[in-house]
Design a protein around this ligand. Structure first.
Ligand code: GLN
Length: 246
């Protein structure tokens, strides 16, 4: 099945007022895992992969998990949570799966199993549209950087500060990239997030620009990242169905 992120970009642009800071509108859900449903954690502030529209969580990941639930013949129950709670919830069996534009990393593979990759991304930086002084990662030294907590962007910026590439930068974690971007111009100088999410944020805000984060020699700061759906370690049955759908 091929899912079109473009469709969701269109939806996201049309529905822009709904997209930022909406994860608090989470669908009320009955919670506990049971055999008649597929219980999935997401973080609904990550358009186009998951966002809230008319009080409902929608997006690419939700479409994928709907198809998985249909294939199994159970109801899909998507619950919104903080991004950094998803892996733990899947690992401890609180939920069946995590679908949240989650990058497959060696560290996360120690806690959960991942499906085959279904899309790829790279790290982008979001800046005020009139900014001309920040071009490369080194130019972010001493700046206030916003990220979504627990994401690969968060971990990467932490590492860049620690290894002297962004000396003196101050990292502030937010619940969603859109909330971080809302701080640009006041508390925040720049936001680092995944490409498509950065593009949606700037499409909705003429005062912002975004581009790939590179070193001053033009090389990318981070490797290309691949998204996967995660399940508890050893849940090969569910993993096989997810891979079939993908
Ligand atoms: N792909 C990034 C990660 O896995 C961000 C995902 C997200 O913010 N939903 O860390």
């Amino acid at each position: 099945v091929v899912f079109s992120p473009l469709l969701f970009i269109f939806a996201a642009k049309t529905l822009s007022p709904y997209i930022s800071a909406v994860s608090t509108l989470a669908i009320a859900s009955c919670g506990e895992k049971n055999d008649n449903q597929l219980l999935v954690y997401t973080e609904a502030g990550f358009a186009p992969y998951e966002f809230v529209y008319k009080n409902e969580i929608v997006g690419v990941d939700i479409e994928i998990m709907k198809a998985v639930a249909d294939k199994i013949g159970v109801e899909l129950d998507v619950q919104d949570t903080n991004f950094d709670a998803i892996i733990g919830g899947v690992q401890t069996g609180k939920v069946n799966a995590g679908a949240a534009g989650i990058t497959i990393t060696a560290e996360r593979l120690e806690s959960v199993d991942f499906s085959q990759p279904y899309t790829q991304t790279e790290q982008y930086v979001i800046l005020p549209a009139d900014n001309t002084s920040v071009k490369f990662v080194e130019d972010l030294a001493g700046k206030n950087i916003g990220v979504q907590q627990g994401t690969t962007s968060d971990l990467m910026v932490e590492e860049l500060i620690a290894n002297g590439k962004m000396t003196g930068a101050i990292l502030t974690p937010y619940n969603t990239p859109a909330l971080a971007a809302a701080g640009i111009g006041t508390k925040i100088d720049a936001v680092v997030t995944d490409k498509l999410t950065a593009e949606i944020i700037i499409n909705n805000n003429a005062g912002l620009q975004a581009f790939p984060l590179t070193n001053s020699d033009g090389s990318p700061v981070a490797e290309i990242e691949k998204y996967g759906i995660c399940v508890a370690k050893g849940n090969d049955e569910l993993l096989a169905i997810i891979n079939e759908v993908l």
